[in-house]
Write a protein that binds this ligand. Structure first.
Ligand code: NAD
Ligand code: IPM
Ligand code: MN
Length: 373
């Protein structure tokens, strides 16, 4: 019995997770995957009611689970960053989910490229460091010098004092990107093991080492050493060139390691290469802890409540949850079920269909049930 925490969250998170749960229910009816879901009301509604983002009780509850199935957070009634940092980034940090696995697969005919070449890029986004640690602040005459930042994480305790001033009296804001040797080494190890398991002979490392030489220079050195240890080739790509290459020659990439911020950006591009944001699933993975599976898209306030959100990204996240929990055949079945939904044009309007979110979920669940032996 797998104990799964379910956090639908905000906006279309509620809609796509309901569809994803229909599909997981169907899987449990026809296979040995048995689960015991518990819904946790984390999100903007609770925050606006009680001021709570992620409480100690939430963390204790989530820690007791085998995995987390997450929808999305984000609400126009709340200032940008409050929910994102206080809930989503906090969970990734607290559970030390240091890999964000985001596959980018050619789902023909959805691929918007002229050349019909199949591709299957597996982005491994580092998920705890880089510019995502909230290490920043403001300083200057309006703020009082010096600026002081203090960041406490399970893995870090950073104290920084900054004394700086501009001769013209400007105020400043700053955001610092940190990488640690421990953080890079475990990321590189995971990427190398992942490439080996997939049968890739190279790892592509995306960065901007020509500008951010401190962080990405260190990262390059460690990746050189690790890939040599694993007997893998290492390819460096600058992130700007990578954005171009994903359009021009996506089939030349397999396992791609990318730091946190660039990974966020490139995988939205990757989602669009698969047909849209409604096609991108992801796993926030701690190989030794509690992992969290979610669509890469957000709460989509522009379409929330209309029942037209594409639930496939949430279904692909459920596929990754199954694979992570030791049910690879059931995972493969969801992949086939999604393929069938596309082939039979049982899709939401973003993919040219006319079905609702729940109808697409039901169609995928019915396909799953139809494979009962
Ligand atoms: P978004 O991903 O919510 O939406 C971007 C665009 O894609 C919108 O036009 C939306 O309608 C469309 N879209 C997204 N998912 C779709 C789906 N399943 N089916 C059909 N269309 C879909 O990004 P945004 O608008 O920049 O952000 C909205 C809120 O979500 C913000 O508060 C943001 O911080 C938050 N956000 C949360 C997550 C998360 O929880 N993991 C991820 C990204 C953004
Ligand atoms: C994502 C989202 C998050 C991120 C935001 C909401 C913090 O965009 O999961 O891709 O930047 O990682
Ligand atoms: Mn994103």
């Amino acid at each position: 019995m797998k104990h799964i925490a379910v956090i639908p969250g905000d906006g279309i998170g509620q809609e796509v997770i309901a569809a994803g749960m229909d599909v997981l229910d169907a899987v449990s009816e026809i296979s040995s995957f048995q689960f015991d879901p518990e819904e946790v009301p984390i999100g903007s509604d609770r925050y606006l009611r009680t001021g709570e983002l992620l409480t100690d009780e939430d963390i204790a509850l989530l820690k007791s689970k085998d995995a987390i199935y997450f929808g999305a957070i984000g609400d126009p009634r709340v200032a940008p960053g409050v929910l994102e940092q206080g809930i989503l980034l906090r969970m990734r940090a607290v559970f030390d989910q240091y890999i964000n696995l985001r596959p980018v697969t050619s789902w023909f005919p959805l691929v918007p490229l002229k050349r019909e070449v199949p591709f299957d890029i597996h982005f491994l986004r580092e998920n705890t460091e880089d510019f995502y640690m909230g290490a920043g602040g403001e300083f200057g005459p309006s703020h009082g010098d010096p600026a002081h930042i203090h960041i406490r994480r399970e893995t870090y305790d950073l104290d920084v004092d900054l004394k700086a001033s501009a001769s013209n009296g400007d105020d400043f804001a700053f955001e610092i990107g940190f990488l640690s040797t421990r953080g890079i080494e475990r990321f590189a190890d995971y990427a190398c093991r992942y490439a080996k398991a997939r049968g890739d002979s190279k790892v592509t490392l995306v960065d901007k080492a020509n500008v951010c030489t401190h962080v990405y220079g260190l990262q390059r050195e460690i990746f050189k050493r690790k890939t040599a240890e694993y007997g893998l080739d290492l390819e460096f790509m600058f992130v700007d060139a990578m954005a171009m290459a994903m359009i021009v020659r996506p089939e030349t990439f397999g396992t791609v390691a990318v730091p946190n911020l660039f990974g966020d950006i490139l995988t939205d591009l990757g989602a669009q290469l698969q047909g849209g944001l409604g096609m991108g699933g992801s796993g926030n993975i701690n190989p030794e802890g509690v992992s969290m599976f979610e669509p890469i898209h957000g709460s989509a306030p522009d379409i929330a409540g209309r029942g037209i959100a594409n639930p496939i990204a949430a279904v692909l996240a459920a596929q990754m949850l199954l694979e992570n929990q030791g049910f690879p055949e059931e995972g493969k079945l969801l992949h086939d079920a999604v393929r069938n939904a596309l082939d039979t044009r049982q899709t939401t309007p973003d993919l040219g269909g006319s079905l609702s979110t729940s109808e697409v979920g039901r169609g995928i669940a019915d396909y799953v049930r139809s494979t009962r032996r």
